[in-house]
Design a protein around this ligand. Structure first.
Ligand SMILES: [Zn+2]
Ligand SMILES: [Zn+2]
Ligand SMILES: [Zn+2]
Length: 195
């Protein structure tokens, strides 16, 4: 490993130590899935302080994140992105491709998935160095997403970091954020059945 590469690893690790939620964010696979508590709404918020599973706007109102660093995410082409302006406060976004959603420059959180046609088309001049997803020919970026940049720099260390992270998705206890106390009517069941 070259000296500059080691420096990059060190820089990214120290960034992650400072903002541990970066790993939780990249690890989360539920952005824009429907909220369990509010099944008509999508999980588009991430709280850097609570580091819980992404939640919907009603969860956000019902839970007190006011003094927290809250990151709103956006959706385009089945990918979840964060405004470049927001994300650049926390990490070095260089070499990550900048997409656009509603005119805002955004970076995708995760490696692109789904339709593999993109990946295997011939005559593509630029591809993500990690997942080989096709990138804009005019782009000078090396990676399609934050995840691919992390993967390129950290390799299997990224798996270790993800394994040791705090959120266990789909576990009822951790899915529910710290809630303000809700008033329940006397005698009403703890949890209303769905049918
Ligand atoms: Zn919700
Ligand atoms: Zn919070
Ligand atoms: Zn990629």
């Amino acid at each position: 490993m070259s000296e500059s590469m080691e420096e990059t690893v060190e820089a990214l690790l120290s960034c992650i130590r400072k903002h541990r939620w970066l790993i939780e964010m990249v690890k989360s696979k539920v952005f824009y899935e429907l909220c369990k508590q509010h099944p008509t709404q999508k999980r588009c918020y991430f709280c850097c302080d609570c580091m819980i599973t992404p939640f919907c706007s009603t969860c956000n109102k019902e839970t007190d994140h006011k003094s927290h660093t809250l990151i709103q995410t956006y959706r385009s082409s089945y990918q979840t992105g964060v405004k470049k302006e927001t994300m650049s406060k926390y990490m070095d976004l260089s070499n990550i491709h900048v997409y656009s959603i509603n005119g805002f420059p955004i970076v995708y959180i995760n490696q692109r998935r789904g339709n593999d046609n993109h990946r295997f088309r011939n005559n593509v001049s630029r591809r993500c160095q990690v997942c080989e997803w096709e990138l804009d020919a005019a782009s000078s970026a090396l990676f399609c997403s934050m995840e691919c940049k992390f993967r390129s720099i950290l390799g299997s260390q990224l798996d270790d970091l993800m394994e040791n992270s705090e959120i266990t998705e789909d576990s009822e206890e951790t899915v529910e954020p710290v809630k303000k106390k809700r008033h329940r009517r006397k005698g009403s069941p703890h949890r209303a059945p769905f049918f």
